[in-house]
Design a protein around this ligand. Structure first.
Ligand code: 1SD
Ligand code: ZN
Length: 261
């Protein structure tokens, strides 16, 4: 995985296309899903959480770029499962969030606290670097994150506890691998459309799957994310103001969003 220096501060996302012209094309992500405009899929495929098994290794990384911390988990051998018509392998997952609302996708303009992206590539390609700019080379499955749980989400604690313990910029921590499916909410349905990476170079290579049901975490857990944006605990620098690490929604430009129930 290439780690890009993503700049969300001024001039921010609206200027990404100066260096990365693809960011200005017409099949970009994220989008606002408008419920009344979605088409019901004729051959719905039930998503099986069980495809997201335990990876052989998990590494927590604070890449700290642009004073924004995105935490990546990597799986040495990857996960696999038939998410679509092809075999996809999960490589990493990461989070986008804001000081109060920072999901990337929105549904009927509702923005959630955060969004988890599990990035997969089509194993027809040699590796993720080969797949990243190919049509439908990547499948990213997205889960909204909401601060609605009265007690801590135990699976999320496995990620948030090491973060709370402090991680400097570029720090890595090895985690005891656990099933990725433990992080997922109860699933009742999802939306799917064709789009792009939400960070430069914005390749239009992603089949997006946006799950309807949010992951629930506690207010204390939300605070761990917020702290990452607010304090110097995570970087050897002065405290920085809150910067939300999400890209604004992009035009649909005639694309179809399908709903799977
Ligand atoms: O922001 C991520 C970026 O870190 C990288 O994972 C890329 C592809 O591997 O995907 C984007 S995103 O579209 O999943 N946000
Ligand atoms: Zn992402």
């Amino acid at each position: 995985i290439k780690i890009h220096t993503t700049n969300y501060t001024l001039p921010g996302p609206s200027n990404w296309s100066a260096a990365f012209p693809i960011c200005n094309l017409t099949r970009q992500s994220p989008i606002n899903v408008i419920k009344s405009n979605v088409q019901t899929a004729s051959n719905p495929v039930k998503f099986q959480k069980s495809v997201l098994t335990t990876p052989s290794s998990m590494t927590l990384i604070n890449n700290g770029h642009s004073r924004i911390s995105v935490f990546l988990f990597r799986s040495a051998s990857g996960l696999s499962g038939r998410l679509y018509d092809f075999q996809f392998t999960a490589m990493q997952f990461h989070f986008h969030w804001g000081s109060s609302f920072g999901s990337e996708h929105t549904v009927d303009s509702t923005r959630y606290f955060g969004e988890m992206h599990i990035v997969h590539y089509d194993t027809a390609h040699a590796d993720i670097n080969a797949a990243i700019n190919k049509p439908q080379g990547l499948a990213v499955i997205a889960f909204f994150i909401k601060a609605d749980a009265s007690s801590d989400n135990a699976a999320f604690q496995k990620i948030l506890q090491p973060i709370s313990a402090g991680m400097n910029k570029n720090a890595q921590k090895t985690l005891t691998p656990f099933p990725i499916s433990d992080l997922l909410p109860k699933i009742t349905g999802y939306y799917r459309y064709s789009g792009s990476l939400t960070t430069p170079p914005c390749y239009e290579s992603v089949v997006w799957t946006i799950f309807k049901d949010p992951i629930q975490i506690s207010a204390a857990q939300v605070n761990v994310f917020a702290t990452i944006l607010k304090t110097k605990v995570y970087e050897n620098t002065a405290p920085t103001p809150v910067i939300n690490n999400y890209r604004p929604v992009q035009g649909l430009n005639g694309r179809t969003v399908r709903e799977y129930k």
